[in-house]
Design a protein around this ligand. Structure first.
Ligand SMILES: Cc1cc2nc3c(=O)[nH]c(=O)nc-3n(C[C@H](O)[C@H](O)[C@H](O)COP(=O)(O)OP(=O)(O)OC[C@H]3O[C@@H](n4cnc5c(N)ncnc54)[C@H](O)[C@@H]3O)c2cc1C
Length: 293
């Protein structure tokens, strides 16, 4: 799901105002968060698109196989997670499972649905009329659906088989070094509750490209790497803060308390890292990095 901000960002990067034309839109966000809270419905502006559909719609001038660099590249962008390459700081241990579902009523298909429960939360994301993905975080989808006071009523059928993935915030260390930069999935992992992973990955790619151009023009590599690291850390800290607000208000009980403890650990760690940083020496202007005077 792409938020309006990420849609604009990607349209801008690829200079294609019609990049997301004709896709399924999410116009409402229906939320039952907190044990005593009644469900609320608020306007939302997002769309749903798969990785392959994004790739099909981006008009790349040259496919990777068609392009041969004259010289070996001076910088490597690491865009996929290589477990042996980095150590990783994990702030939590929750896993999520994603299950394909059939939605009961077409009227429910233009909203995303979120519900907290004593041991986790459910998220229903329609990907078109009557079809969607159900994300269950913290407990198995069957038990959460059985206990559901809100989302369960929207689901006609769940498909067999689901994929599981980590859904807690995590950050690689180091994030960059001389001649290489970790970007997107390789650098940061977001909680799907409030993560804008695709938007973050895009912003990291813009910054990484700007950093390489600045290095090629003679800027000091070490300070550029430090700038990149601190920008990502600041974004990660902001994500942890937003997550903590959600987990503090989701429900009472041991599962929720543990999530808040893990997030507090992440916040302490990030703040400690950021305290050692003397301040930003560059600023991004469009797609270029400028030294601050
Ligand atoms: C189930 C799930 C749901 C999510 N939902 C959302 C959402 O709704 N909105 C949102 O903004 N973010 C969401 N995210 C997060 C989002 O997918 C990531 O933050 C984002 O995709 C990061 O983009 P990326 O290009 O860095 O990495 P990816 O999208 O992970 O792309 C990495 C690519 O590298 C390829 N690859 C991996 N290893 C290799 C290799 N060794 N060699 C070559 N290629 C390789 C992979 O196949 C993949 O194509 C979700 C994540 C998950 C797991």
């Amino acid at each position: 799901m792409l938020t309006a901000t990420t849609q604009y960002l990607l349209q801008d990067v690829f200079e294609a105002s019609d990049l997301f034309k004709g896709l399924h839109r999410i116009r409402r966000r229906a939320v039952a968060w907190g044990e005593k809270t009644n469900p609320v419905v608020v306007p939302h502006s997002a769309l749903v698109i798969s990785e392959q559909m994004v790739l099909d719609r981006i008009n790349l001038e040259a496919a990777p196989g068609d392009w041969e660099p004259a010289d070996p590249a001076e910088w490597t962008i690491i865009a996929a997670r290589e477990p042996t390459q980095f150590s990783e700081h994990n702030f939590g241990a929750r896993t999520a499972s994603a299950t394909q579902v059939t939605i009961r009523d077409e009227a429910a298909s233009d909203a995303c649905w979120i519900e907290s429960q004593p041991e986790g939360w459910l998220f229903l994301l329609p990907i078109g009329p009557l079809e969607g993905w159900l994300l269950s975080v913290g407990a198995p989808v069957e038990s959460m659906l059985a206990a559901s006071r809100f989302i369960g009523g929207n689901i006609a059928e769940i498909q067999q088989g689901s994929s599981r993935f980590s859904s807690h915030p995590r950050i690689a260390e180091p994030l960059a070094g001389p001649g290489w930069i970790a970007c997107g999935t390789a650098a940061l992992g977001f909680d799907p509750l409030c993560g804008d992973g695709a938007g973050h990955a895009t912003r990291e790619a813009i910054l990484a490209a700007a950093m390489i151009r600045a290095a090629n023009k003679g800027a000091d590599t070490e300070s550029l790497i430090e700038h990149y690291r601190m920008r990502l850390l600041a974004g990660f800290r902001r994500h942890l803060e937003v997550c903590r607000d959600f987990y503090q208000s989701g429900h009472s009980g041991p599962w929720w308390n543990q999530q808040v403890l893990d997030l507090n650990r992440g916040l302490e760690w990030s703040e400690q890292q950021l305290r050692q940083f003397p301040g930003f020496r560059y600023r991004l202007n469009g797609f270029s990095l400028e030294a601050l005077s």
